[in-house]
Design a protein around this ligand. Structure first.
Ligand SMILES: [Zn+2]
Length: 223
């Protein structure tokens, strides 16, 4: 089973991906993480990606695809994997299907209204020193404005500013339209409500995936 997660940035996709991974035993593959790791390890793909990012450009599709190809060929992906942050375009969708054509697929969009997302992210505060993230409503630091882990000052990140969120949401909506249409036509698209708490959203996801995963195992067992 290949599970593809769609959802606006900051909408809880990573958290849900981790929960799905833990419950069903599939690794969560984030292309952001793969790129960072490749850059860190100074691999040839990593160096190419770094050069593109340093020029302020996008990393070539072929580079990301090669990283994905390498990752999904590892043994821990044999029974399934979760894609987070990829594919983003129809051309990437087709590349991924060509890479691993026989695998049953299930696409989950964790849907959120822009206003809900704005309200949620406006309360987010981050520690730039250790990377810990807090939320003024859901996950407050013990002392206001101070990181519990390392004691540094907490800030509203550039990424969490309302105008930045609005712009990313606009891009997300634009990019996701063609993907949704493609996956709906394939009959593998599911939308869940991401505006509720982590547990409620995950319960809805389980409702979908329990059926999908069982069905995919059944299909694999058939001669
Ligand atoms: Zn800290």
């Amino acid at each position: 089973m290949r599970i593809i997660l769609l959802g606006p940035p900051g909408g809880g996709k990573g958290t849900q991906g981790d929960l799905i991974g833990k419950l069903y035993g599939f690794p969560r593959i984030s292309t952001g993480d793969l790129l960072r790791k490749a850059v860190q390890d100074r691999t040839s793909l990593g160096l190419e990606a770094e050069a593109a990012m340093n020029r302020g450009g996008l990393v070539r599709d072929g580079v990301v695809l090669e990283l994905v190809r390498e990752r999904v060929s590892r043994p821990d992906c044999r029974n399934g994997y979760i894609m987070d942050g990829y594919p983003r375009t129809l051309s990437q969708v087709l590349s991924l299907e060509a890479l691993d054509p026989d695998r049953p697929e299930s696409v989950l969009e964790i849907a959120l209204d822009e206003d809900v997302l704005l309200e949620r992210l406006a309360g987010r505060r981050a520690c730039l020193k250790c990377g810990a993230v807090y939320n003024l409503r859901a996950r407050k630091p013990a002392r206001e404005g101070v990181c519990d882990v390392c004691g540094s000052a907490l800030v509203l990140r550039e990424d969490d500013r309302p105008d930045v969120i609005r712009e990313r949401f606009r891009i997300y909506r634009e990019q996701t339209g063609p993907l949704r249409a493609h996956y709906e036509a394939k009959g593998v698209f599911h939308r869940v409500d991401g505006s509720r708490g982590i547990e409620e959203t995950f319960r809805e996801i389980r409702g979908v995936l329990d059926i999908e995963v069982a069905r995919s195992k059944g299909a694999a067992a058939r001669p």
